[in-house]
Design a protein around this ligand. Structure first.
Ligand SMILES: Nc1nc2c(ncn2[C@@H]2O[C@H](COP(=O)(O)OP(=O)(O)OP(=O)(O)O)[C@@H](O)[C@H]2O)c(=O)[nH]1
Ligand SMILES: [Mg+2]
Length: 398
């Protein structure tokens, strides 16, 4: 059994790279990245070359280790997702073959991939064009079994809608790409997590903040798969704790609408995470000293206020799911206990369909990751981007 994290294009691959910077993630999970730009692949720190693929107009998917890789993968789709989509369309079979090469069992039967994440930057060409094909290929390889969470980065569209010079890709073009990408992604995935770069806009030199933002998102995604496998802790070893468990199935259920019906469709979620140390500095140096109490109420409110999308309020969410990750003594020990009931009550005060789980960790950190799910038409940022995309299309017939 393996959870696949696929990254397409620059932003998508960077987020997947950060996911694999976390300890032991590679036990339950496996990465695959696809890009048209060698430089972006070179920037990856935590993903082996055998999990990296180039995409080229003439050659389709090219394994990173292939002799002559650099001559074949000559670079981007010029921010054009339509072109990336058509190249991938022509080479679809290679995606399924790639999955087989990585995940087939020794006896040749397809590997067990119950869940996958497909990450992309929605403003660009490569990710938008390719991500839906990657999701479709994972569905095809698993005979429809895999459930897929799309993680899409919304571009900052504060800039001019029209092209101002050749260097800067216009807000309008990025908006157009975003809608092109989202419309296709929706058809191929079970739920979508949105990460809005405009949340960084108040910072000067927002680009410099990407790495921190990516790490933030990656930590949230790691929390979603954390369960006990990541830490090798078996909750049944601890008589005094019986934490509620949520698994990835619960996460997908929280991210989708009408999952059992024929008109099942992905919801749009935001993710937010708060973290606090459970020991003071002295506690790190001297065992059993300096244990801190965790303020459960602050933890849950902070995670809600640090959601990756602005302009939507958790109180309008259709569904919410939360994951607490904390050391066992903070779950079991009365005095320092994380009050799951406080956190649950907070989520329930925001929306009616709530799921809350707890995972144990050996680290001296308590974290809370929350996802709030909305219908697409509830999200003003998407409506705003749609308007910008329409304006762009009116000025630049595509
Ligand atoms: N949060 C975040 N956003 C990024 C990152 N890298 C690029 N972006 C943003 O993502 C959008 C473009 O997506 P990219 O991933 O760069 O595009 P691509 O898929 O490589 O497509 P090409 O246009 O072919 O290069 C732009 O809005 C960028 O500002 C990143 O590491 N983190
Ligand atoms: Mg790129």
């Amino acid at each position: 059994m393996v959870y696949v994290f696929a990254g397409t294009g620059q932003a998508g691959s960077a987020i997947v790279d950060d996911v694999f910077g976390h300890r032991r993630v590679s036990t339950p999970a496996s990465p695959l990245v696809f890009n048209s730009t060698i430089r972006d692949l070179r920037n990856l720190s935590n993903i082996d070359e055998e999990s990296q693929y180039g995409i080229a107009e003439r050659h389709g998917l090219v394994e990173r280790g292939t002799p002559g890789f650099e001559e074949q993968v000559t670079g981007g789709f010029g921010r054009n997702p339509v072109e990336a989509d058509s190249v991938m369309e022509d080479h679809r079979g290679e995606l399924v073959e790639t999955l087989a090469a990585h995940f087939d069992e020794p006896d040749g039967t397809p590997g067990d991939i119950p869940f996958a994440f497909v990450c992309l930057g929605l403003g660009g060409g490569t990710g938008c064009g390719i991500a839906p094909h990657v999701a479709d290929a994972i569905k095809e390889y698993t005979d429809g079994v895999a459930q897929i969470i799309g993680v899409g980065v919304l571009p900052n569209t504060d800039g001019p809608v029209a092209e101002d010079d050749d260097e800067q890709i216009s807000a309008g073009r990025q908006a157009w790409n975003t809608i092109y990408g989202l419309d296709r992604l929706e058809e191929s995935v079970d739920g979508i997590v949105l990460v809005d770069n405009q949340r960084l806009a108040y910072e000067n030199a927002a680009e410099g903040r990407f790495s921190e933002y990516n790490e933030y998102v990656a930590s949230g995604l790691v929390d979603l798969i954390s369960g006990s496998t990541l830490e090798r802790i078996d909750p049944s070893e601890y008589d005094e704790v019986d934490p509620p468990v949520v698994d990835l199935q619960d996460v997908v259920t929280s991210l989708s609408f009408d999952t059992r019906g024929t008109n099942s469709r992905p919801g749009y979620a935001t993710i937010g995470r708060s973290v606090t140390m459970t020991k003071s500095l002295v506690g790190y140096l001297v065992p059993f000293v300096g244990d801190r109490e965790v303020d459960s109420s602050a933890l849950s409110r902070l995670a809600a206020s640090k959601q990756t999308l602005s302009g939507v309020s958790p109180s309008e969410a259709q569904k919410a799911i939360g994951l607490i990750r904390a050391p066992v003594e903070h779950i079991s020990n009365e005095g320092k206990r994380i009050e799951t009931s406080t956190i649950r009550r907070f989520l329930e005060s925001q929306c009616s369909e709530v799921n809350l789980g707890v995972a144990l960790t050996r680290r001296n950190l308590a974290s809370f990751t929350s996802l709030f799910t909305y219908e697409r038409d509830q999200i003003d940022r998407i409506a705003e981007i749609e308007d910008q995309a329409d304006q762009y299309e009116a000025q630049n017939p595509i």
